[in-house]
Design a protein around this ligand. Structure first.
Ligand code: ZN
Ligand code: ZN
Length: 121
């Protein structure tokens, strides 16, 4: 068995709500049916605020399961993003801890958070 970092396993849980996924299709999507619908619905609004490239990267992030809701967080919504060089960022609807966001830019991590959290805000 390969060991994976605790927060970035190939998940069988819904990326959005953390519920356990059972159907093969849901597992492939990373969302339960209802959550998948909500994420797709929020995409329309998120697309207005980010560039095409950022949207593509945010969707990649979600598809690769490199973003996950942090259920240990007790206040607000926190998402853990696994960066390419094994770095981890913490993103919330208000901000992100990555370099780009530090420099005042809207990073694509935030786009992903907005997609995932859309209907919960
Ligand atoms: Zn869900
Ligand atoms: Zn970021």
């Amino acid at each position: 068995m390969p060991t994976t970092p605790e927060l970035c396993p190939p998940t069988v849980r819904c990326i959005r709500c953390g519920r356990k996924l059972t159907s093969r299709k849901s597992i492939a999507d990373g969302f339960g049916r209802e959550c998948g619908r909500k994420v797709r619905a929020s995409l329309v609004a998120v697309e207005q605020n980010y560039s095409r490239m950022q949207i593509v990267k945010a969707l990649d992030l979600i598809a690769a399961r490199r973003i996950e809701r942090d259920h240990a967080a007790t206040v607000g919504l926190f998402y853990v993003v696994c960066g390419s060089n094994a770095s981890k960022y913490y993103a919330t609807p208000r901000g992100c801890t990555c370099k780009a966001a530090e420099h005042g830019r809207r990073c694509y991590h935030l786009a992903a958070v907005e997609m995932l959290s859309g209907a919960m805000l």
